[in-house]
Design a protein. Structure first.
Ligand SMILES: [Zn+2]
Lengths: 495, 99
């Protein structure tokens, strides 16, 4: 019997706030261990938590962007469990009345997005960070740093809407783009700013009921999500097709060794004993706060990609590439404002992205060096056929390390763009004079020989001529000769 | 509402408390009386009463400013049974087993 997988994701998004979720400790990454801790985040008796306004606003921003229903009165709850990285023995989270419910995330290229439905989005706090067990003599222990304990997190839970690991990977990439776009999180999976757990079950293809699910934890890269899910689906499929049953369990996946490990089986499934957090008031989102959050939302990435298609005539793919980062889309639009829109898109996607990749820099750093209007100025000259492509790429290279506009750079490097026909006409006549046989072939109708002559003129210009212009000049010249006009004399040599 | 011995065992397990067998009956009776006491609230007619309302939102939320009230690592670790190199030393975090 063929089985299909049903997957739901739980994503944790670390919010980019200055302070922690319920106390005034810095939420920064990389401080010496156990220095950003206080009575509140260590859960010392008598300490009182208070929710961080910026975290609530970030949650609203993401919730609104995802089209969630925002609950006017949501409730914080305690989730109890004992684990060494939890200093209070409970986590403050939201349970039966989360801040945001429903909504969906569009994934895919402009116009062809698929929306994946969400169950909820709620605020909670992070745990501390524990080391792998250390062995010393006959003892084993872990080391815990509580700097991360209490850092604000958003938990996003999807409906069980995925069938393939690749869909989950694409979803996660789209979520990462969105949280960065909205400025709510840096979304760096390597730093744990975006984490993903998955619920996986298999069922006979087409069946309505869900099979027994397992939970896959710590899928901490997009590759890990895809490969971990593939491994777990393969494991369950093998069990079911061998006539066995899947046992409820929590597993972890080690992407380095492509290995699954059981963390808990059903026998010790948790009973979290949720109850409303008595130390925190109901979280009330009044209309004005909600309106402010709505007004502060930028144009969303999928809306913007659709606009780039409609306004600039870009392909869905190109628009999606440019909307991969908000700053990149901003850069492109500033460039397109002063240059040909499609050519600008090509330049940003090939040259700018290549440089970002090679230099491992951000678009912000790049824009500080080559502002969009500066690149736009170059692209405009290319579009006007004043500067040939190969020379323009050279100018672009100079732009990265030098000051100055296009003309200044050309002058500094002793290069003159041979854009104008008046510059090139003498070269064209020179080449025609040197290749009498080729001229006869073109007059007899050989277009390949015309290409050869274009190449010869380009060579004489040392790559500084625009091939389009050369071709047009040659064609004009041949049209004249075909009409029986006598060729003007070439400046040097000649027939 | 009477709490049974099994429930006491289960609650003790969840709370990581060790309860001796001879204590079970006493604790079951005590927990039952606590629940009965809270159960008195159920007899009140609360129709038309708003749930308890807390402080207004402006006061409830904290500005996103670090407040400089962190403990030093020394202060924090002084409360730990054991510490090492600035870290709390805890029982080993369990590793997984083959499925
Ligand atoms: Zn704190």
């Amino acid at each position: 019997m063929a089985h299909e997988a049903v997957i739901g994701l739980e994503c944790h998004i670390q919010l980019r706030t200055r302070g922690k979720m319920f106390c005034g400790c810095p939420a920064e990454f990389g401080a010496p261990p156990d220095t950003n801790v206080c009575p509140v985040c260590l859960g010392l008796p008598g300490a009182l938590p208070r929710a961080n306004r910026a975290a609530v606003e970030a949650a609203l921003r993401l919730g609104l962007a995802l089209g969630c229903a925002i609950r006017e009165e949501s409730v914080f709850a305690r989730k109890h469990y004992f684990y060494p990285d939890s200093p209070k023995n409970y986590q403050i989270t939201q349970y039966d009345r989360p801040l945001c419910a429903g909504g969906s995330l569009p994934v895919g290229e402009a116009g062809g997005e698929r929306r994946y439905d969400l169950e909820r989005l709620h605020l909670e706090e992070d745990t501390g960070k524990s080391s792998h067990p250390v062995r010393a003599g006959d003892r084993a222990f872990s080391l815990v740093d509580f700097n991360r304990a209490g850092v604000p997190l958003l938990e996003l839970v999807t409906q069980p809407v995925f069938r393939e690991p690749a869909e989950c990977a694409a979803f996660l990439a789209a979520l990462r783009r969105l949280v960065r776009w909205l400025g709510v999180s840096d979304g760096d999976m390597e730093k744990g700013q975006l984490r993903c757990d998955a619920n996986v079950s298999l069922r006979p293809a087409g069946a309505a009921a869900l099979g027994v699910k397992t939970e896959l934890k710590n899928l901490n890269s997009i590759r890990g999500v895809e490969r971990g899910l593939a491994a777990e689906i393969a494991r369950q499929r093998l069990l079911l097709e061998g006539g066995g049953v899947v046992g409820q369990a929590t597993l972890s996946y080690d992407v380095e060794h492509d290995r699954l490990a059981v963390m808990r089986s059903k026998e010790d499934a948790h009973d979290y004993r949720y109850f409303p957090e008595p130390d925190l008031p109901v979280l009330r989102v009044v209309g004005a706060v909600l309106e402010a959050a709505r007004a502060g939302l930028p144009e969303l990435p999928w809306t913007r990609a659709a606009r780039l298609v409609g306004r600039y005539g870009l392909s869905a793919h190109d628009a999606s590439v440019l909307c991969e980062q908000r700053e990149l889309a901003d850069y492109y639009e500033a460039c397109a404002a002063v240059a040909d829109e499609r050519l600008a898109a090509n330049w940003v996607m090939t040259e700018v992205l290549r440089v970002l990749h090679e230099r491992a820099g951000s678009i912000g750093e790049f824009a500080a060096r080559v502002p969009a209007v500066r690149l736009g100025g170059l692209v405009a000259r290319v579009a006007a056929k004043e500067i040939p492509g190969p020379l323009a790429k050279q100018v672009f290279g100079w732009m990265l390390d030098e000051e100055g506009g296009v003309d200044e750079l050309l002058a500094r490097h002793g290069v003159r763009a041979m854009g104008a026909a008046t510059d090139l006409r003498p070269l064209v006549l020179e080449v025609l004079g040197e290749h009498a046989a080729a001229v006869a072939q073109v007059l007899a109708g050989s277009s390949r020989t015309l290409d050869f002559l274009v190449g010869q003129v380009m060579k004489k210009s040392r790559g500084q001529a625009a091939p389009q212009v050369v071709r047009e000049l040659l064609e004009t010249e041949f049209a004249r000769r075909a009409a029986g006009e006598s060729p003007p004399r070439a400046p040097r040599g000649g027939p | 509402m009477a709490i049974q011995r099994d429930e006491v065992r289960r609650i003790a397990g969840l709370a990581r408390l060790e309860i001796r067998e001879e204590e079970l009956d006493r604790i079951a009776a005590e927990l039952s009386s606590v629940l009965d006491y809270a159960g008195a609230l159920k007899r009140l007619d609360l129709a038309g009463c708003e749930p308890l309302s807390f402080a207004p939102p402006a006061a409830a939320l904290r500005a996103d400013e670090p407040d400089g009230r962190c403990l030093t690592a020394e202060q924090a670790l002084a409360m730990a049974p054991e510490a090492e190199g600035g870290f709390f030393l805890v029982p080993p975090v369990i590793e997984g087993q083959d499925p």
